[in-house]
Ligand binder design. Sequence first.
Ligand SMILES: [Zn+2]
Length: 424
Amino acid sequence: MSRVVFRNAMVWDGSGANAYPADVLVDGGRIRSVAKASGQLMAEGATAIDCKGLTLMPGLVEGHAHISFGGAVNDSDLGNIPPEEHLLLTMRNAKTLLDHGFTSAYSAATSKLRLDVVIRNEINAGRLPGPRMKAASPEITVTAGLGDERKNHMYYESFGMIADGPEEIAKVVRLCCREGVDNIKINISGDDLGPMARGGITTMREDEVQMAVDVGHDFGKRINCHARAAKSVKRAVKCGVDVIYHCESADEEALDMLESVKDRIFVGPAIGIIYGTLYDGEPHFSKEFALEIGMQRVIDDSLKVYTELRKRGVKAVIGGDYGFIQSPQGTNAKDLKHFVDLLGYSPSEAMVCATKYGGEIMGMGDELGQVKEGFIADLLLVNGDPLQDLSMMVDADNLLVIMKDGALYKDNSKLAKAREKAAE
Ligand SMILES: [Zn+2]
């Protein structure tokens, strides 16, 4: 771990406040001081990084990560990857996320039970580059739900674990806990991109959802769910689910229910894949097909619902199902601009979703996701002011420094200054 001082930075600290000029000292993996008067900070023996004209901000948190997903067109593609190749793919994705400024990832689901878990362990042990991770279970689903790709007389794997009835659900949740996940994923709704149950259908019964929540909570795990239909959202809130993804069809009653538990839940629109299917789907998804399966409707509904959720103070996280052919890993920061362009957030609000709320969904809100004294030193030094143009966050070349846990994973700050000089 290095002792590093960032001098003359514009600090956007993740709280939502305006950026301010400051020096920031990192030592022992933590942010030791944030000195608003530049040049006043004593930092003997520290490596100094000149940040003039650059923005220092918290590392990004992917709030709906699928680090074991890659290049899939159909859900069944993820089931067709043998475990050995799948592990290598997941390793590469973990590095890709960190290369793109995601120093933390809250997994929304893995596609084989132990993939997230073993990658998390390797990263934590320092043997593999990647974000700090909360590892998820696969998507637990019922027969005919999202993630059940089988047909009668035919067997297809997917990313799901199929369980019917409370007892089977309990067993699958316990199995995932035994294997070391941090959180459990259940699919309460279907999905318009899936072959069977559409997004408007609520596939998982209340007693099944309740059992997943009760068993998961007994083991101290967070419960994430896939919920598109209003009925699914209400079921999730009623049963005590912690992270409710999508929610675009929430009606007035569902919105009231979400608001009533805003202090303990997170939502996530996962809009990236929807946008990707509509605008970057060719040649796998034609525009006609994307419209036919309601991708524009999902965007329109999400704008209404997330405008309302934002006003009511319900915390949303970024992360848009990156890992499919139309939403490649490494482009995850596109969600920042999507939050502004598609969902009506201000640039600062979108960035708070990616940093402060990210720290909170990781369960580390008192030490992660902000540039604050005592916090974990997960930092990005950005070539300019991201709030003026959030799209700059997608290009890894704009991330001059990536620091995780106080260690310089990437330091191109000198390179950038040299280029600037050469150009003068
Ligand atoms: Zn997802």
